[in-house]
Ligand binder design. Structure first.
Ligand code: UD1
Ligand code: CA
Length: 449
């Protein structure tokens, strides 16, 4: 059997007025990735050969967001927004020589999985010319309804065009449809705008197919996966559904989440086995955590790579470019940015380490600051293997601390320190014997008068 070819058309030209936003709806993010990014990713994982994105004028950013996910993206502009079928036809040039399976996706349905798309493709392969993705909902209000007769799909009716009986139906149109490439253009071209909103409805493809003696069917999937986003409340609902899915996947893969509902994942967070995550931990995009890592409460981790056996937090902030090697420890109120903390090194308390390397088994004392920025440029700090940095030290970058060197507490280090040397800067304390006691006596005497 030869492989069936496939293309996806993602329509995303709507501004999404109900979002009340200055940016196009599909650029709003779920788990750190734009909605258009999620949909493009699902299409890409379903094995498409070509993705067409239909955007409105001045929506280059939407096109860029899709291209960042999949290399073969053709963008098309829909100037007048005359409905979902009209939007798909903006990609007509990509339908002249269609692939075997044509998937139409909406940019505002971001939780769609590639498995569901594959089931739509399977249904096309079985001979259905139009395949509609549906779901059951207790609150079907805004969605188009799937109308069946004798268990067979006969039409999709927009909520605004429904009779009261049709409006009571709980089987909803997710918006996502599959077409056999052979018939897609003739079906789309047959659609008119004879309805309540005077729009070209993609949903009319079902009735057009039946009128031509072609087959249409519905494939059912989970409501959680097919929720569309039209306003900020929907955006929050979809984010919540994403998080439920991600927490569940993390636990299934062998991570312990002490309070799963308080841990937030990004779309691309990768966790190993026997990872322990305490409550209130947030992952921004770009994080990979190896096995046997503990992340204590209230930590925020972004674009960071963590090796086996590290311990992070509580209250740690790991910013982009952080690499923790095996067994490294980062404790409370520590911020790390663009720095490699090598094997077994410790940064346990109240420190800022930026643009730096901390050598194997080095110990960074409480309150150590790498002074990496002079207001114009950033400079590097290099701390050698086994070095010991005393508490409350300012390392003024560019700074080099050799292997095994010791820096005395409270120092401001501006010169390179060689391996195994001791360096400190320190004003000698002035001690006045008994001064405090006589000061208190004087003050007390004054108060009595
Ligand atoms: C659509 C479906 C509805 C379904 C629901 C699922 C139609 C007619 N209705 O309704 O049956 O239950 O999605 O979420 O298909 N778009 C364009 N250009 C246009 C119009 C729309 O690009 O001219 C894009 C939008 O950017 C959006 C998608 O198409 O990504 C869906 O449009 P929207 O207006 O949100 O459709 P719904 O009213 O939600
Ligand atoms: Ca919608």
């Amino acid at each position: 059997m030869t492989r069936r070819t496939c293309q996806a058309i993602i329509v995303a030209a709507g501004q999404g007025t109900r979002m009340k936003s200055d940016q196009p709806k599909v650029l709003h993010q779920i788990a750190g990735l734009s909605m258009i990014g999620h949909v493009t990713k699902a299409a890409s994982e379903a094995g498409v050969d070509l993705i067409s994105v239909v955007v409105g004028p001045d929506m280059e950013a939407v096109q860029r967001a899709a291209t960042a996910i999949h290399p073969a993206v053709n963008a098309h502009i829909q100037t007048d927004r005359l409905g979902t079928a009209h939007a798909v036809l903006a990609a007509r040039a990509d339908l002249i020589d269609p692939k075997d399976d044509v998937l139409v996706l909406f940019g505002d349905t971001p939780l769609l999985t590639s498995d569901t798309l594959k089931s739509v493709r399977d249904s096309i392969a079985e001979g259905h010319d139009v395949v509609v993705l549906g779901f059951r909902s207790d609150v079907p209000d805004p969605y188009g309804r799937l109308i069946e007769q004798d268990g067979k799909l006969v039409a999709i009716r927009e909520a605004k065009d429904c009779t009261p009986e049709e409006f009571a139906i709980s089987f909803c149109n997710a918006g996502i449809m599959g077409f056999s490439g052979k018939h897609v253009l003739e079906l789309l071209d047959a659609i008119d705008d004879d309805n309540a909103q005077k729009e070209y409805y993609l949903t009319d493809a079902v009735e057009k197919a039946l009128a031509k003696g072609l087959g249409a069917t519905a494939v059912e999937a989970d409501e959680d996966e097919l929720q569309g986003v039209n306003n900020r409340q929907h955006l929050a609902n979809v984010e919540a559904a994403f998080q439920r899915r991600a927490r569940d996947a993390a636990m299934t893969a062998g991570a312990t989440l002490v309070a799963p509902e308080t841990v937030y994942f990004a779309y691309d967070t990768k966790l190993g086995r026997d990872v322990l995550i305490e409550p209130n931990v947030i992952f921004a995009p770009g994080v990979t955590i190896a096995d046997h890592v503990t992340i204590r409460a209230f930590s925020y981790v972004e674009s960071t790579k963590v090796a086996d056996g590290c311990v992070i937090g509580p209250y740690a902030r790991l910013r982009p470019g952080t690499v923790l090697e095996e067994g490294a420890k980062v404790g409370n109120f520590v911020e790390i940015k663009k720095a490699r903390i090598e094997k077994g090194a410790k940064v346990n308390h109240l420190s800022y380490i930026g643009d730096a390397r901390v050598g194997e088994k080095a110990n960074i004392g409480a309150g150590t600051i790498t002074c990496n920025y002079d207001g114009f440029d950033k400079f590097k700090t290099d701390i050698g293997k086994g070095a010991f940095i005393g508490s409350n030290t300012a390392l003024v970058a560019p700074a080099t601390i050799g292997d095994g060197a010791i820096i005395g507490a409270g120092s401001t280090i501006t010169d390179p320190v060689e391996a195994d040397d001791l360096a400190f800067t320190r004003a000698r304390p002035t001690v006045k014997s008994g001064w405090a006691a006589s000061f208190r006596q004087k003050k007390a005497a004054k108060k009595k008068h």
